[in-house]
Design a binder for this molecule. Structure first.
Ligand code: AMP
Length: 193
């Protein structure tokens, strides 16, 4: 399977769809948010650094994040393709990912962009706050994460389009999780023919 980069704003469903895709196609799944939360839970040095940024709704510096990603990628079983969930979030990270994969004889594959209105995103994240109790799912931090997304991450959408690998899926058109999944699965299968 081709590697997949799953891309979208906080609350757009990256984790949910990544898990479904990974299960269906037997792919690896790297969620940088999950990697960082595990480091925080285990009270590692990296976790201590990451916590400061995450609680403020800010991004972890590129250099550190690129290093974490490369280590996590190399620890994955190779061959069945990997889903990158929450990485890259900046142009520098995207360039580094492309280079890291090329050095290993691998490719970016395809990018899946989840398009969801801010109103729906906010409602979902506030609901998730009640269920999962994530420290960064409060209204103030969510607003900061949206601002960071617009200024640092969203411009990447065009970067992927220029690479010729962007595929967009719009919640307002698909309307349900099942509808989104069906459209995403179809495109993945088309790309892997
Ligand atoms: P997520 O679970 O993907 O929403 O990530 C939660 C938080 O972890 C983000 O708000 C960032 O603070 C941090 N984070 C996760 N992935 C990255 C990344 N690729 N670059 C920088 N920070 C990240």
């Amino acid at each position: 399977m081709k590697n997949i980069i799953i891309f979208g704003a906080p609350g757009s469903g990256k984790g949910t769809y990544s898990a479904e895709i990974a299960e269906r196609y037997g792919m690896g799944h790297i969620s940088t948010g999950d990697v960082l939360r595990a480091e925080i839970k285990n009270e590692t040095e990296l976790g201590k650094i990451a916590k400061g940024y995450i609680d403020q709704g800010q991004l972890i510096p590129d250099e550190l994040m690129i290093d974490i990603l490369a280590k996590t990628y190399d620890a994955q079983p190779q061959g069945s393709g990997v889903i990158f969930d929450g990485f890259p979030r900046t142009i520098a990270q995207a360039e580094a990912l492309k280079q890291m994969l090329a050095q290993r004889g691998h490719e970016l594959g395809m990018m899946i962009e989840l398009i969801v209105s801010e109103e729906v995103l906010m409602a979902r994240l506030l609901r998730r706050a009640q269920i999962e109790g994530r420290a960064d799912d409060n209204e103030e931090t969510i607003r900061k994460r949206f601002a960071v997304y617009h200024s640092q991450t969203e411009p990447l959408s065009k970067w992927f389009a220029a690479e010729g690998i962007r595929h967009t899926f719009d919640w307002s058109i698909c309307k349900t999780k099942e509808g989104m999944l069906e459209a995403i699965f179809q495109e993945i299968e088309r790309q892997n023919k």
